[in-house]
Design a binder for this molecule. Sequence first.
Ligand code: NDP
Length: 340
Amino acid sequence: MSTLRSRKIVLAARPVGEPRTSDFKLIEEELAEPGEGRALLRTLYLSLDPYMRGRMSAGPSYAPPVEVGDVMVGGTVSEVLRSSVAGLSPGDLVEGRTGWQTYGITDGSDLRKVDPALGPVSTALGVLGMPGMTAYTGLLNLGQPKPGETVVVAAASGAVGSVVGQLAKIKGCRAVGVAGGQRKCDYVVRELGFDACLDRRSPELAARLKEACPDGIDVYFENVGGAVFDAVLPLLNPFARVPVCGLIAHYNDTAPPPGPDRLPGLMRQVLSKRLALRGFIVSDFAEQHPEFLREVSRWIGEGRIKYREDVVEGLEKAPEAFIGLLKGENFGKLLVRVAS
Ligand code: NDP
């Protein structure tokens, strides 16, 4: 085999607070032989996702951290270059977890073949991938939206939130988004068809949200925490459902927020309104993947679900783009095009 050189981004240091570019390191090395029973993959797209911030820290989580010096974890869409894995042939397109690197070697157990007939292959990391599946399973299983109800979601122009709001519309609900800035809000209402969208940075967020939800909130799909949750909590209706999907406003926290202990107030609302808050990880619903793919690809084909991708060119841009994601600088599903 001709020698290939692989570029990879490893975790150089554990961040304290906001990650910095110096927490990552780009290295180049000769690629090892894949060996028997393994396949060599060339990365086409790398997905950048908020959960990666958690993997950079050593604290307890639902998944083990990346060790300092190891390649950053990440979902990828790749082309099979060589393979001695049964059922996997050169030229196949696959979605896997080969991380922030230009080539990956795998035994194939963590791969899923991508069907290019369903849409551009990049969608296997977004609307037809993990984020879309998160929206679908979290909203439908835990949010249980009913026609006429009000569903609120933040990070509404992003990979998960955009699908949550459009599914809420499909289910006959009023969909209210929260997003960072007017440009994102205009897109959420005009392109995605939400009924309203509010700027999360507005000092009047709570009052605007109350106006946008005249009948209160029946489902709050929790993507962010922080100031949005504070504005939502008083508006939750009795028996409201709160699928707790993500808390991105807190991922860079180094200490609890200042101020009085608000836990008793929260628990009082949970009790008196009989709220159902339930955390979930997308893998909890893995068995629903075929129906997710079938339904969401159909809705995309019918124009009922739209999506937007924010594509950054070149693996070396991944750290900067990821740092931006944690500040809301992405507009749509954030991807790195690693090779064409
Ligand atoms: P997005 O594509 O929505 O990008 C992240 C967005 O979060 C930013 O664009 C920004 O949107 C918003 N954001 C960033 N910082 C803050 C802040 N301080 N306060 C409020 N909002 C902020 O990401 P995803 O759709 O991939 O992820 C959305 C959420 O879902 C995350 O919390 C993620 O961890 C979670 N998630 C959970 C999964 C699970 O299995 N439970 C699986 C996948 C995702 P804006 O500027 O518009 O506010």
